[in-house]
Ligand binder design. Structure first.
Ligand SMILES: Nc1ncnc2c1ncn2[C@@H]1O[C@H](COP(=O)(O)OP(=O)(O)OP(=O)(O)O)[C@@H](O)[C@H]1O
Ligand SMILES: [Mg+2]
Length: 333
């Protein structure tokens, strides 16, 4: 089941520009983590560093007992095969049809026969709902289909870790909802370790087990979803609730005078909104790595905002979840 990725004291700069400093976090094996942060804070640079496309200045990236940040080129090549990456734009080859795009990593990195390749490609195309579109060129399909094709390509080498760079950017809300469900279902099925960079607050609030926030060249916070969604820390609160009020300004960070003016106006940040239930896999399946709703809050004596864990059908997941687990266990037996 997936592999754990432990990042320790990671620092990256380009010339004199420090992108982020001393970033430490653990992506737990098989869990879904989301990385948030204002535009330009280095989220894409972080993903590229994790997969070894960029070398950090300092720090460690531990995977399976190897330090990806400080290993030989050969070892790096080997470790990279643990990763599947969905780049921001799908990064498909425009002159290749979807089938050949998705088959590309297999032809490049394995000695599999064309019939073995066909079997894998068709299986992954089926998984992302693209059967029938094998002969289409990337330019002939919608943005949502391109994302799913990029995802199928990221899956063909059976990765243990999948990095998604804004899988939902440019998608309409309905397609985003489908893609989020696909990501959760995929995690239930392949149990790889997921890291998703997104600007979509709804995605961040409902999909992951863990959330991290990059701001002002550092990782402000990283931890369980319930911890960040109940946090009073001003930056976390502002970002996760998509508010104007807070330390983050329009073009960059607000300066001290702006913040003082805001404080004098006596803006009350208001009550935290309810914590939504976490998105479940379809078909009454469960994710082995999912923590029961409310578990972090209960363990830390935090009372959730009223209305938390109630879905749009009025079901309360603090009660619904144990029922589902029981039904699942009975079904398995
Ligand atoms: N190869 C590079 N050489 C020099 N600077 C770079 C390079 N790649 C990224 N940067 C700089 O690093 C900073 C962070 O960029 P990055 O693309 O990671 O931001 P981001 O958080 O992904 O933003 P967005 O949310 O808009 O995608 C930017 O200032 C960018 O100009
Ligand atoms: Mg980016």
């Amino acid at each position: 089941m997936g592999v754990e990725v432990v990042v320790e004291g990671l620092t990256k700069s380009f010339g004199k520009q420090v992108i982020w400093e001393d970033v430490s976090l653990t992506l737990p094996a098989g869990e879904i983590s989301v990385l948030l942060g204002p535009s330009g804070t280095g989220k894409s640079v972080f993903l590229k560093t994790l997969v070894g496309l960029l070398r950090p200045d300092r720090g460690h990236i531990w995977i399976d007992g190897h330090d990806l940040a400080n290993c030989s080129e050969n070892k790096l090549y080997e470790l990279r095969r643990l990763f599947g990456v969905l780049f921001q734009d799908g990064a498909l080859f425009g002159s290749m049809n979807l089938y050949d795009n998705i088959a590309f990593p297999l032809r490049e990195h394995t000695k599999k026969s064309e019939s073995q390749i066909r079997q894998i490609v068709m299986e992954k195309m089926d998984l992302v709902g693209l059967v029938g579109a094998e002969n289409k060129l990337p330019g002939e399909i919608s943005g949502g289909m391109r994302k799913r094709a990029g995802l199928a390509r990221a899956l063909v080498l059976d990765p243990e870790i999948i990095l998604f760079d804004e899988p939902d950017s440019g998608l309409d809300p309905v397609r985003t909802a489908y893609l989020n469900q696909l990501i959760v279902d995929l995690n239930a099925e392949i149990e790889a370790t997921f890291l998703i960079v997104t600007h979509d607050i709804n995605t961040a609030r409902t999909v992951p087990d863990d959330i991290g926030l990059l701001f002002r060249r550092e990782l402000v916070m990283f931890g369980p979803r319930e911890m960040l969604l109940s946090s009073e820390e001003p930056v976390v609160r502002q970002f996760l609730n998509a508010r104007r009020h807070g330390p983050i300004g329009m073009s960059e960070e607000k300066d001290v005078s702006e913040l003082e003016a805001e404080a004098q106006m006596g803006h009350d940040p208001g009550a935290l909104p309810p914590i939504p239930p976490q998105l479940m896999p379809t078909g009454n399946r469960i994710r082995r790595t999912m923590r029961p709703p409310g578990s972090w809050l209960a363990a830390n004596g935090v009372i959730p905002p009223p209305g938390s864990f109630v879905d749009e059908r009025g079901r309360n997941w603090l009660e619904e979840y144990p029922r589902l687990i029981n039904a699942h266990l009975n079904g398995v037996r």
